[in-house]
Write a protein of this length. Structure first.
Length: 251
């Protein structure tokens, strides 16, 4: 979200309506009443003719780049990925309808038909190949000078990088699509290769997003200078599904 990832039109069509001005903040912080009637946040609705429409939701405040009545081609920039509406982390909610009935773009059928149920994909062959299923992945990882939470690690303003006088040194990693039984491992290592903090454990249930961190409080006047390393990985039934490593140099 901080990098400004563009949201593009999936097919040519006319802009039916847009919404902008909703803040980029988790609805958990705002409360459900604040987003009632505006659950989709900032977004764009396109009409492709023949009863087909596509909707792009949760976009970034101030980023909407089209107006109602405007014609757009495939790949036209509509706005940016955001955190508006009823959502807890930056992402695009992409929806397709035909005559007001929801369609799964991977099958062309109603979502309740199930995954892999045949049908005819709405994607081009090139798009279909690029959209291979990924069962979980890394959202972001980094260092902080204290405790962190999902709203701070996934928002526009990331935790400030710790310096030599930081009261604590914390390595954090945020992931999505984790499943019950997945084993998470996280470790913070000092310049001398010594493990400063670590944690590992299995998830008791599925998690749409997960935040793990490991850290230590400063014990001296300053942190010993050198490169500090953070490692995070997720194992699923013996297979590595997520791996991340970050380093920070302290003077």
């Amino acid at each position: 979200m901080a990098a400004g990832v563009a949201v593009l039109a999936a097919a040519p069509g006319v802009v039916v309506r847009v919404r902008d001005g909703e803040p980029d903040i988790s609805f958990r912080a705002r409360g459900e009443e604040a987003v009632r009637g505006r659950e989709a946040g900032n977004g764009v609705l396109l009409d492709h003719g023949g009863g087909w429409r596509s909707q792009y939701s949760h976009m970034r405040k101030g980023s909407i780049a089209v107006k109602p009545g405007q014609w757009v081609e495939t790949g036209a920039r509509l706005g940016l990925i955001g955190l508006s509406g009823k959502t807890e982390f930056p992402h695009l909610h992409f929806g397709v309808t035909q005559n007001d009935l929801v369609r799964d773009p991977f099958t062309g059928r109603a979502p309740e038909s199930g995954c892999g149920s045949g049908g005819t994909p709405l994607w081009t062959a090139e798009a279909q190949a690029a959209l291979a299923y990924r069962a979980g992945g890394l959202l972001d990882a980094g260092f902080a000078a204290g405790a962190v939470d999902l709203s701070s690690t996934l928002g526009l303003k990331k935790p400030a990088a710790p310096g030599g006088l930081a009261p604590a040194l914390v390595f954090w990693a945020a992931a999505y699509g984790l499943q019950a039984g997945d084993r998470e491992e996280i470790r913070l290592t000092g310049p001398d290769g010594q493990t400063l903090a670590e944690w590992s454990g299995k998830l008791p249930k599925n998690k749409a997003q997960s935040l793990r961190y490991a850290g230590r409080k400063r014990r001296g006047v300053t942190w010993p200078p050198g490169a500090y390393r953070g490692d995070y990985r997720v194992m699923r039934q013996g297979d590595l599904v997520i791996e991340a490593a970050r380093e920070i140099d302290l003077p």
